[in-house]
Design a protein around this ligand. Structure first.
Ligand code: COI
Length: 365
């Protein structure tokens, strides 16, 4: 994982030549900050930058607005589109902080490389994001578990439909004040029909198609009364990968196990990495390795599997109260859990400034 120490985080790139056009009237008063469904509302402004002739043109902050697109736009046909997920918080000291944006910046450009798209420079991604949040900082929610969700994205903008990497791209950053993603513990079933990712594929990249491709399985899960699926490998449908759009952790007493990244089928989650660090600090042993459903079932039967949860930017730490494999149901009393609630609290306390930011995870707006 990419990491910066807090001294580096204090350093701000000041060379970004960026034009800022502000809205005439803010729409902030039209939004009920006590009721913020995930991803429904967007702030007054957005950042936009275009890539052409082998370079990024000047980035611009402008009023959030619709875009006029050609029907022949390359992304609409062949899906060269990637995105990131980051959050900003209002700290107890009154300042606004972005959580680990350099890690998302690094991952964004790894996704770009896999999808044959150009890298976005740090001054546009990080400094552009910081400047945009500065402009819209009154939109950062103050309530616990609420945050300003940051959505950088890039897509192909050539207006020709030959199958080849586009020569032009658009990069945008949108901001959305948001509440919790999953309000309650999840019911999950182990997916054996559909596959999210296979070795050599794009499972490690945050490309739009991975999410589009997951919707059929998610819809089937909902029809069967579950919130999401636990993805398994493409060959045996036994080796566990991710839960819905999140990384997954299993707690066996004082040991945490999470699927390893080597095969390239799993997203290298920033919350996953933060959870590993904080779990170790809490005294747990953390194993990043292959784990299959038989080990989970055995742990359930002999009582050694005590907790299981998803980790992601949107949902942070999301407990799983029921897991179903074929006809076998595993039920968990999440109210009795100790480790995942402590992990969630520790992470929230770091993000919101109540606990020391030892690892330099917070970048001041
Ligand atoms: C995340 O939280 O990491 C996600 O990717 C979820 C988002 C696609 C809603």
């Amino acid at each position: 994982m990419f990491s910066y120490d807090s001294k580096i985080n204090d350093f701000m790139i000041d060379a970004l030549d960026i034009q800022v056009t502000k809205v005439e009237r803010s729409k902030i008063h039209d939004v009920d900050f006590n009721n913020l469904p995930f991803g429904k509302y967007f702030t007054d402004h957005m950042l936009e930058a275009d890539y052409a002739n082998g370079e990024w043109e000047r980035a611009e902050i402008k009023p959030f607005q619709p875009m006029l697109l050609e029907p022949s736009l390359a992304v609409l046909h062949y899906g060269q589109a990637i995105f990131e997920v980051i959050k900003a918080y209002r700290s107890s000291n009154g300042n606004a902080y972005i959580f680990r944006p350099y890690d998302n910046f690094k991952r964004f450009n790894i996704s770009a490389d896999r999808m044959q798209m150009p890298a976005v420079p740090e001054e546009i991604f990080i400094e552009g994001m910081r400047r945009l949040i500065e402009v819209d900082q009154s939109w950062i929610p103050k309530k616990e578990d609420y945050s300003l969700y940051i959505r950088p994205l890039m897509f192909a903008t050539d207006t020709a439909i030959g199958v080849k990497p586009s020569e032009t791209y658009k990069f945008l950053i949108l901001l959305s004040p948001t509440g919790p993603y999953y309000a309650a513990p999840m019911r999950i079933y182990v997916e054996e029909k559909y596959t999210r990712a296979a070795p050599g594929g794009v499972g490690f990249a945050k490309n739009a198609g991975n999410y589009g491709g997951s919707l059929k399985a998610a819809t089937d899960a909902k029809e069967r009364g579950y919130d999401q699926v636990l993805w398994t490998d493409a060959f045996e449908h036994k080796w566990l990968q991710e839960v819905g759009t999140m990384n997954v952790f299993f707690i066996f007493g004082n040991k945490a196990v999470t699927p390893s990244l080597e095969e390239g089928t799993i997203l290298e989650g920033v919350t996953r990495d933060s959870a590993i660090t904080v779990l170790k600090e809490m005294g747990l042993t953390v194993e990043e390795r292959k784990i299959n459903i038989d080990e989970v079932i055995e742990g359930y039967k002999n009582g050694s599997l005590t907790e299981l949860f998803g980790t992601g930017t949107a949902a942070t730490i999301s407990p799983i109260k029921e897991l179903r494999y074929k006809d076998f149901e595993m039920h968990f009393d999440t109210a009795k859990w100790k480790i995942s609630p402590t992990l969630k609290k520790n992470l929230t306390d770091i993000r919101e400034g109540r606990k020391e930011d030892k690892y330099g995870w917070l970048v001041k707006v």
